[in-house]
Structure formats: structure tokens, C-alpha cells
Design a protein around this ligand. Structure first.
Ligand code: GRF
Length: 207
């Protein structure tokens, strides 16, 4: 938790486009978020998110999947990178890996993810397509802390969007992303302001 006036030191972990990363960059540059992105880390060397970071002079680290015996070994190297950058809060913005206990225990209740569905419904990959196939009338997104499960950690904030009869995966994803870009920085802001209390899997927001 960072309750001082110093900017909270973030790492943003990505694998792809990085539209959520861009929102964080923009909100920090405009002074709306009292944070500093110490590094952007990608397991995918071709992630467009890396170009976004470089354009804003944010250090990037490509931490590829290959060359590690397993998830825990990969995560141990990741923890070292994060500690070297003095990271306080880890932001998963489309990072396509499940974290092991090595990462989760190194950053207890200090790793956040955004998921494109109303958890606990539709965890894992293709959440928007899962929602369409199930026939729900509303979906949305969830900002949550990360544990060792697949999208199972304590829920911080959620936003709801309607599912329309003619929706495709792309159309629903775009509607949800509008809410992601509002919700995720809001969850990080609550963390930075020291307003989040986690009790077991319940998250209380202090006023
Ligand atoms: C988002 O839809 C998010 O919900 C999911 O991964 C996607 C990342 O999008 N976890 P982007 O790379 O931030 O554009």
C-alpha cells in the first residue's frame, strides 16, 4: 500500500495490444494517477504494447516463456526483475500467463488483473465468446487481485454492459473495453489511495 505522496511504482505486464497500458500511461502523464510505470514487461517480443511503452520512454523487458523449466522458475526470474525496479504494484494488462505461488507470495494483494467478464462467470480465455454462447443478457469486466487460480482472486470492482442480440465477439469486446479503460485505473487509484482492505476474499473500499 502506498499512502504517501510519492508516486506508486508500477510494473505493467502485457502480451498484446496494450490499450489498457495506454490508458495508464495517459492518466499518469495527465496527472490523474499518482503513479510511475517503472517498467513494462512482456512475455511476447512482438507485443504492440512494447512500442507504446518505448514511445513514452518507459523501460521495457521482454521476458519470454522459453528457457524455463516451469511456471515457478519463470516467475522467480520475474520477481527478481520486479524487485530490481522497486515495483510496489503489479498490473496485469492482458498478460497471458497464469501466475504461480512464487509470484503471488512475493506480491500479496499487490497484483491486479482486468478480466473481460463478470467473474466468477466465464474465467479464462475467450470470456466474451463464452458469454455470448451462454446467452447472458449482461456481461462486463472485473478488476481483481490475483491469486494462483485462473481469474479467481478477490474482486475489487466490476462494471456491467448489455449484451445485444446481434453482438459478435469483437463488438462485445469493444463495448467491454470501454468499461475496462475506466474501471482498471479506478481500481489502481483506490489502491494508491490506501482505500482497499482485503479480508479473505472480500474487498472493502474505505471512503
Ligand atoms: C483485455 O480485454 C483484458 O480484459 C484482458 O486482456 C485484454 C487486454 O487488452 N485481460 P489490451 O492489450 O489492454 O488492449
Amino acid at each position: 500500500m502506498n499512502t504517501s505522496k510519492n508516486p506508486c511504482v508500477l510494473a505493467v505486464l502485457v502480451s498484446g495490444n496494450g490499450s489498457n497500458l495506454q490508458v495508464f500511461i495517459d492518466k499518469i502523464e495527465s496527472g490523474e494517477l499518482n503513479a510511475h510505470i517503472a517498467c513494462v514487461i512482456s512475455n511476447n517480443p512482438d507485443a504492440f504494447a512494447l512500442s507504446r511503452a518505448t514511445r513514452h520512454n518507459i523501460p521495457v523487458v521482454v521476458h519470454e516463456n522459453r528457457g524455463f523449466k516451469g511456471r515457478r522458475e519463470y516467475d522467480a526470474a520475474l520477481v527478481k526483475i520486479l524487485n530490481d525496479y522497486g515495483v510496489e504494484l503489479v498490473v496485469l494488462a492482458g498478460f497471458m500467463r497464469i501466475l504461480s505461488d512464487v509470484m503471488v507470495s512475493a506480491f500479496p494483494n499487490a497484483i491486479m488483473n482486468i478480466h473481460p467478464a463478470l467473474l466468477p462467470s466465464f474465467p479464462g480465455l475467450h470470456a466474451q465468446q463464452q458469454a455470448l454462447e451462454y446467452g447472458v443478457k449482461f456481461s462486463g469486466c472485473t478488476a481483481h487481485f490475483v491469486d494462483c487460480g485462473t481469474d479467481t482472486g478477490p474482486i475489487i470492482l466490476q462494471a456491467v454492459v448489455p449484451v445485444e442480440p446481434c453482438d459478435t465477439e469483437e463488438i462485445l469486446s469493444a463495448r467491454i473495453q470501454v468499461e475496462e479503460h475506466r474501471l482498471f485505473p479506478e481500481a489502481v487509484r483506490l489502491y494508491i489511495d490506501g482505500r482497499i482492505v482485503v479480508e479473505g476474499r472480500l474487498v472493502r473500499i474505505q471512503s
